[in-house]
Design a binder for this molecule. Structure first.
Ligand code: HEC
Ligand code: HEC
Length: 393
């Protein structure tokens, strides 16, 4: 074969490979990990059928209200199917880290309730994050609208741009992120669908990512299913085992009446603490290395306090707490049973009438019941729904 025939052969091969790529959904440049697999019509992120118990509140006590009252969606960024689709692509795009290895999803994995099974997460160059990755489930229903364990981000739109610029996590500048997004062939059309413009900027990147994260609300779990059959959450659920119903009773009942008082802080039926805000749950007697919200808001009342994450799908988000110190839910329950420390900012619900850290003195069976109840909060639909999965696969 002479040189020119070889040249023609290569040209022909190139032509066919380009043609076959075009038959894929969106064209691509780097061939290998760039093939975007999006549906013809976008998935539905806008319609969420909310069960009654997330729309009306029947719980008594401070901070108890209906999940819908705590929606932190700003009026200028409602979820649209096209906006959340763009957010999904950005969320899974490893090109948006300094060496092309890490995406948001590296540390917020769908199968782990959008958290990370590692105690600390690996950044783009192998460095470790300072805290354990947070679950993103029900972020939408955090009424205070602040994000991170120390609540340093004032809004979700602010938060979603921070990991890109974090020197350990993704190591980019904001300008670098914008220009990398601009230079991928698949983005202009996605921005056009989402926002009616092919002009890409940081504000629109933030809006799309926030829409995608806000769409991760949990409405399907054994808890939600059982709850539809009763009028108040403390009634026994028909689909629960005796152990799960006992655990539920312990979760909702105040400590003074022999319960665990958990709903005092993991409040509303979204199991988040939307109104009362960050608090201390007695992990340590003093705060030394991680000062929590005090690091963001210089007020001693916040020393050693942390955001209370939603417990929906908590069985999937191990390890637990801001530093990932507990490997299992059993260890978490044992902490509340016998390990709560007298921290100066210990939350009221964990103090007895003398202001001392409570001891629950649960039996082995009661501890198991509480864990079994926490497992009923797992939302398998959120974990398996293709609309939250990696579109580059
Ligand atoms: C290298 C791992 C890593 C990467 C990459 C990463 N995160 Fe995170 N994420 C974390 C950790 C760790 C925290 C908790 C940090 C803290 O509170 O100080 C967190 C917290 C969050 C929170 C706060 C949740 C809450 O309830 O307050 C959101 C939202 C979030 N990340 C979204 C994202 C998005 C969007 C991206 C991509 C742009 C991203 N993360 C990339 C590790 C990561
Ligand atoms: C005074 C408020 C308060 C009470 C009462 C309370 N918690 Fe918590 N809970 C918190 C805070 C704050 C955190 C996060 C603490 C941290 O990481 O520093 C937390 C974290 C958790 C976590 C880990 C979540 C994660 O994603 O890592 C679980 C599970 C949990 N609590 C279960 C319970 C159970 C079960 C009870 C009842 C026995 C209970 N909590 C009572 C405030 C409370």
């Amino acid at each position: 074969m002479n040189r020119s025939t070889t040249g023609i052969m290569i040209l022909v091969m190139l032509f066919f490979s380009v043609m076959s790529c075009e038959k894929e959904t969106v064209d691509n440049q780097d061939m290998e990990d760039d093939v975007l697999n999006l549906p013809e019509a976008p998935y539905d992120y806008e319609t969420v059928i909310l069960p009654e118990h997330l729309q009306t509140n029947v719980l008594l006590g401070p901070g108890q209200n209906a999940a819908v009252e705590n929606d932190n969606t700003p009026s200028d960024n409602p979820i649209t199917n096209e906006g959340a689709t763009l957010g999904r692509v950005l969320f899974y795009d490893t090109k948006l880290s300094a060496n092309g290895t890490i995406s948001c999803a590296s540390c917020h994995q769908q199968e782990n309730g959008f958290s990370d099974s590692d105690v600390l997460s690996l950044g783009f160059e192998g460095g470790l994050t300072g805290r354990h990755s947070m679950s993103l489930v029900n972020a939408n229903w955090y009424g205070r609208g602040r994000f991170f364990w120390d609540e340093r981000a004032e809004t979700l739109e602010d938060q979603v741009l921070m990991p890109f610029q974090d020197p350990v996590e993704m190591g980019m500048t904001l300008e670098g992120v914008v220009s990398t997004v601009q230079s991928q062939s698949y983005y202009p059309a996605l921005f056009d669908d989402a926002f009616g413009t092919t002009e890409i900027n940081a504000d629109l990147i933030a809006k799309a990512l926030a829409q995608f994260v806000r769409s991760m609300v949990s409405v399907n779990s054994k808890y939600d299913e059982g709850r539809t059959g009763v009028s108040i959450p403390t009634d026994d659920f028909p689909n629960f085992s005796e152990s799960e119903n006992n655990g539920k009773r312990l979760f909702f009942r105040p400590v003074s009446l022999g319960g665990g008082g958990c709903v005092g802080c993991h409040s509303t039926e979204a199991f988040i603490n939307p109104d009362n805000g960050p608090t201390n749950n007695g992990l340590d007697a003093e705060s030394t290395d991680d000062l929590g919200v005090f690091e963001a808001i210089n007020n001693p009342a916040f020393l050693g306090t942390f955001k209370v994450p939603s417990l929906k799908s908590v069985a999937l988000t191990a390890p637990y707490m801001h530093d990932g110190r507990f490997a299992t839910l059993e260890e978490v329950v044992e902490h509340y049973n016998s390990g709560v420390q007298n921290h100066p900012n210990l939350g009221d619900a964990l103090q007895d009438e003398n202001g001392q850290a409570i001891q629950l003195n649960l039996t082995e069976q009661e501890k198991t019941d509480l864990v079994n109840f926490l497992r009923t909060l797992t939302d398998d639909e959120l974990t398996n729904d293709v609309k939250f999965s990696d579109p580059f696969k």
